[in-house]
Write a protein that binds this ligand. Structure first.
Ligand code: PEP
Ligand code: CO
Length: 459
């Protein structure tokens, strides 16, 4: 008991939650900032700024993901490999949102399932790298780690790891999210506007196919209208944000205690995933994210062992909470059919029911003869097919896709019905990081996934 003249100490719920336990553990992939004072100032600023997302939204997403894990919904997660400050423009954000809305319509129509829409957007500003430094000729500078850390230009000023960028990442995320909220709730995402989302994109076979599907949707809507249906539910759509939970100096100061429940939420995005390079079981990332209420994803590459999987489940989902845990497999087209069955079987032997989604991008990187980091569209499609095959065999649900894409007319991945070849990359390659599917390749992929989902329904 505190005596009358002792100060009354209120226990800090952030301390009780052990949110800073991670500082005692090895943290992979953290930048060496140029100034500790500047870092402290940025963290202080971030800790005072308003949350970007709200606990109630995060809880609603968890229940949507639980539906997907149970086979009653499908997750579409997509966006840039690395967002940049320069590309956070109205046009580019709108094109990405439109592309995701179009893909969602295709998937929904094909599968007759609700589609949970999630951007790798409004926070995807930090990247893990294989080396801390990059050398060009006889100059060595820090590697580009994403706009939240440093600039892409290869100069000492630009490559300096500058904590002021963390605050800029927050403000850019805030304006991106503001526009996303306006687009998805302000009438633009109304299902009766399916044709509008196709406007402004160059004519191509995938667009034409989309247009005919949009006509069918129109007919269905007219039929329902004639039957007196109420379309209020079509007016707006839920749209969630996600990013890799990589930088503690960003996500930790934006972690807040929810006043309703007294529990911690990362408020820089709804869904946070742990990357393939930072999912060490005794590492800082797994520890920190095990303590927050957000739904958490974990990337699983081909070296993942059944023991890793069991340990990740124990750490990240000890209460077996529906919707809490998403496994994002990124095996590579040549490996998925071999590497994944044992993982799915391992999970089946537990009482955990995670959502399984496929990232058919990160295991399929190649370098072209003319020196571009690329991916073949056929490999991406093949990995998606492999993912569906493994789940069909195991009797589990292939619950979603995780794609690097842009709504812009870039040429970064090879193939697709536009037959993008190596020469095309020279003219239209814009990504500062991994190659993305362009608008048409994204739509084509969604038609394939819709077919896979539809044929699953028929079985
Ligand atoms: C990414 O999603 O951009 C990424 C780096 O993926 P992974 O951790 O799977 O390599
Ligand atoms: Co990437």
């Amino acid at each position: 008991m505190a005596s009358a003249n002792e100060p009354y100490v209120v226990a800090d719920p952030q301390v009780i939650a052990g949110l800073d336990n991670y500082v005692n553990l090895p943290a992979a992939q953290q930048p060496t900032w140029y100034s500790t004072d500047a870092l402290a100032a940025s963290r202080e600023t971030l800790s005072k700024l308003p949350p970007l997302v709200f606990a109630g939204e995060v809880d609603r997403l968890r229940s949507r993901l639980a539906d997907a894990a149970a086979g009653n919904a499908f997750l579409l997660q997509g966006g840039d490999c690395a967002e940049t400050f320069a590309d956070a423009t109205a046009d580019r954000i709108r094109n990405r949102v439109k592309t995701l809305l179009q893909m969602a319509v295709v998937l929904m129509y094909g599968s007759s399932l609700p589609v949970v829409k999630m951007g790798r957007m409004a926070g995807q500003f930090a990247k893990p790298r294989s080396n801390d430094n990059e050398t060009r000729g006889d100059i060595t500078l820090p590697a580009y780690r994403g706009d939240a850390v440093n600039g892409y230009d290869f100069t000492p000023e630009s490559r300096r790891n500058d904590p002021a960028r963390l605050v800029q990442a927050y403000h850019t995320s805030a304006s991106t999210l503001n526009l996303i909220r306006a687009f998805t709730t302000g009438g633009f995402a109304d299902l009766r506007s399916v044709h509008e989302w196709n406007k402004g994109f160059t004519d191509n076979p995938a667009n034409a196919r989309y247009e005919s599907l949009a006509k069918e949707i129109d007919r269905a809507i007219q039929f329902m209208a004639a039957a007196g249906a109420d379309f209020e539910a079509l007016r707006s759509t839920e749209f969630y944000t996600s990013h890799e939970g990589l930088l503690f100096d960003y996500d930790r100061p934006l972690t807040r205690i929810d006043s309703r429940t007294g529990t911690p939420y990362v408020t820089s995005g709804h869904f946070i995933w742990i990357g393939e390079r930072t999912r060490q079981l005794d590492g800082a990332h797994v520890d920190f994210l095990s303590r927050v209420r957000n739904p958490i994803g974990v990337k699983l590459g081909p070296s993942t062992s059944p023991d890793d999987l069991r340990a990740l489940i124990e750490k990240l989902d000890p209460n077996r909470e529906p919707g809490r845990l998403t496994f994002i497999t990124r095996m590579g087209a040549t490996k998925i059919r071999e590497a994944m069955p044992k993982l799915v079987e391992t999970v089946k032997s537990t009482d955990c029911n995670p959502l399984w989604i496929t990232d058919p991008m990160h295991g399929n990187g190649i370098t072209t003869k003319n020196g571009y980091k690329s991916r073949r569209f056929d490999d991406v499609m093949d990995e998606v097919r492999g993912f569906f095959e493994v789940h069909a065999e195991a009797g589990t649900f292939p619950g979603g896709i995780h794609i690097e894409l842009t709504g812009d007319d870039v040429a970064e991945c090879l193939g697709g019905s536009e037959r993008i070849d190596e020469a095309a990359l020279e003219a239209r390659y814009e990504s500062l990081c991994d190659p993305r599917l362009n608008h048409m390749q994204s739509l084509e992929l969604s038609f394939l996934v819709a077919e896979l989902l539809a044929s699953r329904n028929k079985k």
